[in-house]
Design a protein around this ligand. Structure first.
Ligand SMILES: Cc1cc2nc3c(=O)[nH]c(=O)nc-3n(C[C@H](O)[C@H](O)[C@H](O)COP(=O)(O)OP(=O)(O)OC[C@H]3O[C@@H](n4cnc5c(N)ncnc54)[C@H](O)[C@@H]3O)c2cc1C
Length: 414
């Protein structure tokens, strides 16, 4: 008897946000029975994943979407980043990275989450064996030796679904992570990110800016219509105040902080704020279950790595399941301990490195005690002058370091 077919699904994905939906689509070539359970409708104003933020997609995320066949639609709605300019406000240190020097057509692509959501969601309906329940929430989980029973709460009431593997992709405050018995640590950065977009006098072209200031970093990313998306990270009280300012007052503050590298700012769009914390799951797998994306690692957005790291989780999980399918053919059990252990073994080091790297940047640039700022200047100069250092750095931030799964290399699963 085919063991996998005894359950409703091979895989249930808790959370149909940026990572959960991408995982559901990435699994399509494996012809499994997959359910995505998402709590908040995509069109809802309060959708927590596909919102007004902009995401800088790394090269490895680009390759993953290429391998999934979704890149033409995503790239049509994205702006390439060909240069990155990093500076420390009021100091002489600066650094830059250039796509030409790294021999790539772009260092990354900026896409608005809501737009990425439209592309991903519209692709779901074309996938055989993939069901989306939304709005629906996983509210309880019971794990047995051969299956997982998930209780789903929907507007019509509750129902139970069974699967071989439960994937927690329900974000940094993952409830499903708790339900499967994986604890997490959380360190508050005492910083919020205020996001929005603005029209600069000089078109940003394809340059992304990261400017470190005494109160926190500010990133300015090129988006469509010659506008720039800002991510302004600063203490919670200052962020709250920024949200109360008129558009003119806000634009003046932004200008003071970012400077005039892009000329005068005008026409600021809607603003929103996000409290920033580092969350880390104290384990990546439990019996018949796995945590991915922000449920495994919620990072500070300073280096624009959170989603990209999550996409490497997606690619590695798909690889582990695809390999097992090749070996086990009809009797594939997606939640087997062997698959999950391979996955955890593979992902641990990349996740640890990225957490350390991102957290390190926040702390290094947040420290204004002498001699740290002066050492930072020297570090940035050295970075700018030594191409080998830039190459290694760019390789890591583009998500191309270490052993890469098929999808991260642009190779389709089947
Ligand atoms: C300001 C800002 C800027 C950023 N910029 C970048 C960037 O440029 N590049 C980058 O790589 N990363 C960036 N990130 C990080 C990136 O946004 C996250 O890593 C990414 O959104 C994580 O996606 P996720 O699907 O894992 O989690 P989420 O986006 O949190 O989605 C989780 C989903 O699960 C659903 N859910 C929750 N509980 C349940 C439940 N019990 N049952 C069913 N569904 C449930 C939620 O409704 C939600 O849709 C940024 C983050 C911030 C805050």
């Amino acid at each position: 008897m085919n063991q996998a077919k005894a359950t409703d699904y091979d895989i249930i994905i808790a959370g149909g946000g940026m990572i959960g939906t991408s995982l559901g689509l990435a699994l399509a070539p494996l012809k499994l029975r997959v359910a995505i359970i998402e709590a908040v409708a995509r069109s809802a104003e309060q959708q927590p994943s596909f919102d007004d933020r902009s995401t800088a997609l790394s090269r490895s995320s680009q390759r993953t979407f290429e391998a999934m066949g979704l890149w033409p639609e995503i790239v049509a709605a994205s702006t390439p980043i060909k240069n990155i300019h990093v500076s420390d406000k009021g100091r002489f240190g600066f650094a830059h990275i250039d796509a030409g020097e790294q021999e790539v057509e772009a260092l990354g692509y900026v896409v608005i989450n809501r737009v990425l959501g439209q592309v991903l969601q519209s692709s779901l309906s074309g996938v055989d064996g993939l069901d989306l329940s939304c709005p629906a929430k996983i509210c309880a989980v019971a794990v047995a030796s051969d299956e997982v029973v998930a209780t789903i709460e929907e507007p019509g009431g509750q129902r139970q679904l069974t699967c071989k593997l439960l994937v927690a992709a329900d974000g940094a405050n993952s409830g499903v992570r708790d339900m499967i018995g994986i604890s997490a640590s959380r360190v508050d950065y005492d910083q919020w990110a205020v996001i929005g977009n603005v029209l600069p006098e000089k078109a940003p072209g394809n340059c992304a800016y990261e400017r470190f200031t005494d109160t926190g970093p500010i990133a300015m990313l090129p988006i469509a219509d010659e506008r720039a998306a800002f991510v302004w990270m600063l203490p919670p009280a200052s962020a709250r105040e920024l949200l109360t300012l008129s558009d003119e007052e806000f634009t003046d503050r932004l200008q003071d902080t970012f400077g005039y590298r892009l000329g005068r700012f005008s026409k600021v769009g809607k603003r929103a704020a996000y409290p920033l914390a580092l969350t880390k799951a104290n384990g990546l797998i439990a019996k018949r279950s796995v945590v991915v994306g922000n449920a495994a690692h919620g990072l500070h957005p300073v280096a624009a790595q959170g989603f990209n790291l999550g996409m490497r989780d997606v690619a590695a999980l798909c690889d582990c399941i695809a390999d097992a399918r090749d070996d086990q053919a009809e009797s594939l059990d997606c939640g087997s301990a062997a698959i999950l252990e391979n996955y955890a073994e593979w992902r641990r080091s990349d996740q640890k490195k990225l957490v350390r790297f991102t957290d390190g940047i926040v702390r290094l640039f947040g420290d204004q005690r002498p001699p740290v700022p002066a050492l930072r200047d020297l570090g940035m100069l050295a970075f700018d002058m030594i191409p080998g250092v830039r190459k290694t750095f760019a390789k890591h931030t583009m998500g191309l370091a270490g052993r890469l799964p098929r999808l991260s290399r642009g190779v389709p699963l089947a």
